[in-house]
Design a protein around this ligand. Sequence first.
Ligand SMILES: [Cu+2]
Length: 69
Amino acid sequence: MEQLTLSVPGMTCEHCQSVVQGAVAGIEGVERVAVDLQARRVDVVFDPGRTAPQAIRDAVEEAGYEVAS
Ligand SMILES: [Cu+2]
């Protein structure tokens, strides 16, 4: 398993949190997602054999949130 931390500054409320959480959790190969709304941060644990950091970033952006890092 690998870990990825994304900075998502546009998350401002619990709705944002659940949208981002759901978008990332729906990716094949993602084992665990934790959204820290206060820190505007998304911590993801994923299987690098089944998905990649770029796919996770894309999913967040497709959900409507810009990824800062
Ligand atoms: Cu919101």
